[in-house]
Design a binder for this molecule. Structure first.
Ligand SMILES: [Zn+2]
Ligand SMILES: [Zn+2]
Length: 310
């Protein structure tokens, strides 16, 4: 617990790096590149067929359904719950959120969270895995191929101490594959055709991964470049309405860097945060508790004054 709080501070000595960057082998880089390029090609084909033959409601439903499930898995499971411990979930809900996040094809939960802890500790400074100060495309996805992941070290070990996180992280390829095959199987069950299976997998799998990836990556790239900065932070994080709308609330990234442990990233009534609405429902039905919510006074204290210019 204590280590986690230390890892979120900006003053971690490099000598005992609790989140060392990992040197990935060639095979894992080929795998990462495949899952950058394949969804891109699938999305190209998808747009082509959308304007040509048209796309059925089943495919659109699978795309939206899987995108929502896996996107909320990243936002609520990987990000707010696992990385920032913004709330506590009952064991089955914790498992479902982490499995949903793993289906988003962004690697094991433990590595995702440890890498993101490093991002907060070093945001927009030397050692940040994906700062746009090192270039827009680096921040968007170039960093995935540049040995920036944290796959070992103290922060990673602490995450892996939780048996649910450990199990789902160690078996992540299984869940990621299931996320691709499941929409195909649903389509097969409805259409009773293998063409339906392929089409379901294309839209609910590959094209959905394309959208999910670019939205998460936009938080790292656009969310540190374009938008407003109502709170004083040591980095360049911004509030961006479009990224927030498409990214389950994650686009209120200046709010988030000012209050990393806050369960609700949208902090004003007009700051759309779909993750917040889902969390509220999960709270009502008793699945999550101990939500961290900064007080009005805490928020006021962090607000930039209009004359500070910082
Ligand atoms: Zn950030
Ligand atoms: Zn964060």
């Amino acid at each position: 617990m204590k280590v986690h709080e230390e890892t979120l501070s900006n003053d971690v000595p490099d000598a005992a790096d609790p989140f060392p960057q990992h040197k990935d082998n060639a095979w894992s880089k080929v795998l990462v590149l495949t899952f950058v390029v394949a969804p891109l090609l699938a999305a190209g084909y998808g747009i082509y067929s959308f304007w040509g033959a048209g796309v059925g409601w089943l495919e659109i439903g699978l795309l939206l359904g899987m995108w929502s499930f896996t996107g909320l898995g990243i936002s609520l499971g990987f990000h707010r719950m696992l990385t920032h411990r913004a709330f506590v979930a009952r064991a089955p809900t914790r498992a479902v959120l982490l499995i949903a996040g793993t289906m988003a094809m962004q690697g094991p939960a433990s590595d995702w969270a440890a890498t993101h802890i490093r991002h907060h500790a070093k945001a927009d400074r030397e050692g940040d895995p994906h700062s746009p100060l090192d270039g827009f495309w680096h921040a968007h996805f170039g960093w995935l191929l540049r040995d920036q992941f944290v796959r070992t070290g103290l922060a990673h070990e602490k995450l892996m101490a939780d048996p649910i996180t450990r199990f789902i992280s160690k078996t992540w390829t299984l869940w990621a594959t299931l996320g691709m095959v499941l929409p195909g199987l649903i389509a097969l069950g409805i259409t009773h055709s293998w063409w339906g299976f392929a089409s379901g997998m294309l839209w609910g799998g590959f094209i959905r991964v394309f959208f999910g990836h670019h939205i998460t990556w936009s938080v790292n790239s656009l969310g540190h470049l374009f938008g407003t900065r109502p709170f004083q932070t040591t980095d360049k994080a911004t509030n961006n309405f479009v990224v927030a709308l498409l990214g389950w609330g994650e686009g209120w990234h200046n709010n988030h860097h000012a209050f990393p442990r806050a369960a609700y990233i949208g902090m004003r009534w007009y700051q759309v945060d779909i993750g917040k609405y889902v969390l509220t429902i999960l709270k009502w039905v008793g699945q999550v508790r101990n939500l961290h919510i900064p007080t009005r006074a805490e928020r006021r204290a962090r607000r930039r004054s209009r004359t500070s210019g910082a």
